[in-house]
Design a protein around this ligand. Sequence first.
Ligand code: PEP
Length: 263
Amino acid sequence: MSKKFFIGANWKLNLTKEDIAPFFSQLGPCASNNSTLIIFPQMPLLSEVGRFHETHHIEMGSQNSSATAQGAFTGESSPKTLKSIGASWTLVGHSERRSIFGDTDESCKKKFELALDGVLNPILCVGEEKKIREQGFEAVKKFLEGQLNPLAEILNTHPFFQGKVNAPLVVAYEPVWAIGTGLTPTLPEIEETLSWIRSFISSKMTTPETVELFLMYGGSVNRENSKDFLSLPSCHGLLIGGASLKALDLREIFHTSTLLSGH
Ligand code: PEP
């Protein structure tokens, strides 16, 4: 049986224009029927990365996008403009956006909706802090409910999903305490959380058949542990920070996903 995977490379505030061609020459082509590699570079590098879109079979996304469509919002980038320079995805609510730049569940909801209006595929990032995980799974669920509730509202109302069957929707579960720390939840903890996210979203939707939900795991993924995460029944992808800056590691992780995808 085949399984579909999304592998996201979140480059954060790293790499410059000069690094891009050598990176793609090491990465090599990433064609696959069932696995999609999405690169999230700094916004000014989107066009440069876009030069490798066809040759390397990659897609591009932004690490953030604006909550308003246009106007006097210095420093922002709108989904429509990002789309016009080649992005087809955007991250919404990455934990660094939430903790450093003040993104809230409310602003994430606006960003998510506007991304859909601008025809970008938004990936909502959710995840708890260590102190919540330490209180047990009930506390984790309660916390994640707060981050997922705005999404459920959008799924039931936004025209993007109305009348659709299996419109793809990606949610990334990234425990804050696992990002860039070398720590990860146990495999059963990840599976339990992903599986709960799936049933929570589905329980909130009036017509669950409109979306096909893909759940990513993110947090200290590397070439050694990626196969274990991708083998979890509920895991349909990985969001990778540090390891995605090493082209050879990213290539290995992507190829692992293609092997596990059955193609
Ligand atoms: C991330 O930034 O989304 C991330 C998961 O980072 P890292 O892989 O470095 O933990």
